[in-house]
Design a binder for this molecule. Sequence first.
Ligand code: ARG
Length: 463
Amino acid sequence: MSRFHEEPDPRFWRLNRSIEFDWRLAPYDIDQSRAHARALLEMKVLTKGELATLDSGLEQVGGELERGEFEFEASDEDIHMAIERRLAEIAGPLAGKLHTGRSRNDQVATDVAMVVQSHSLRAIELLRGVMEELLGLADRHRDWAMPGYTHLQRAQPVYLGHHLLAYFWMLGRDVLRFQFALDSAGVMPLGSGALAGVNWEIDRRAVADDLGFEHVTANSIDGASNRDFVLDYLSAASICAMHLSRLGGELVLWSSSEFGFCELGEDFCSGSSIMPQKKNPDSAELLRAKAPRVASSFGAVLGVLHGLPLTYGKDMQEDKEPLFDTVDTIETTLDATQGMLAGISFDRERLEAASGDEMLAATEIADMLVRRGVPFREAHGIVGELVRDALDSDRSLSQLTPEDLARHSELLDETYYELLRRESWLESKRIEGGTSSESLKRQFRLARKTLEAVRARVLDERS
Ligand code: ARG
């Protein structure tokens, strides 16, 4: 029975129906309904006996959904209606009381906020695992020299441990972003009703406590229309996926024969169906390629909300597929990243040979001139000419003679030849955040402390 005389057109039905994807809200919807029912007892809308009937009915529906025994019907528009329909089959007309003081608008917003909370926490847990792996890997390669690049041209030597820790810090910032999403989803919209609030003075804070929300929304209009927490999760995931993509891209390059810096474990590579010699770094390639899909989900939901008048519009149903796709993508990717890193091996000789390129000492020599009073720009020019001299005469920098040097500057003496040894370039970066062993030691201490904080955070949230 309804205001409608006509049945929905099947073409509209297909467009409008969300059950194909929002079934994933089911466990949250059941938890929410059970908490709401308990609040209705306090309001005397339900008697103790009725609450018990509804509660065990909801438990049964939840069990059926979990075990895959729930039979969806063609008339189920979305998961909320499906659960209500099934509850009515079990508990009779009493089921209809459950919707007192609640609208599907605040119901769905609350479910989605619960999804975001639980998966933000999951992302943090997975990030912790990857960070742990990176820290260990960096530690085992803390004194392996390698070339650092700009423009993908060899620039300055660094320690591999230092390079790997760069990823550690990126992921550390991702943790903070997911933490932000977790907090922003921690404000409960339930009680906003359709948009104006409800006619029942439900103890919202008690329900929030029951469901693990930190706060309740202060404004019902905002409560019904807000999906910022979805955007917060998607933007955190977009940036995180971008970081993993850079890692993947680098490992693809490094594992090529041209670089030969590293090899991924066989269990994270595939062979070729036609070329028997091949071992392809598929896992790293997929880390590289997953990022745009996550970013486009962020763009999609942002676009849906853009210009949307307050409060709820069916448009907002479009938040779910991008969200669920991102949850799956980011969790699979993070999990695989940890496994892939655990099996990676580096080639010390190749890395060292590539970092021994004397040209990498150019900045060191310029700095030496600066210490001797030459303005940096001028020193840069002198060394530039030295490099050109060497290249033009097909010699290395150390093959230039003292006479050659004297032609460029009288300040270039024996120290010049000492500076061409790689160790001195690495160990001179003693500044905080630099690559020298001394600075690196400090960096490792900080990284361990950071990881400890992430670990404590996860334990705290889980308790
Ligand atoms: N399936 C809907 C969604 O995802 C549930 C909310 C429906 N609300 C409404 N006023 N029709 O947004």
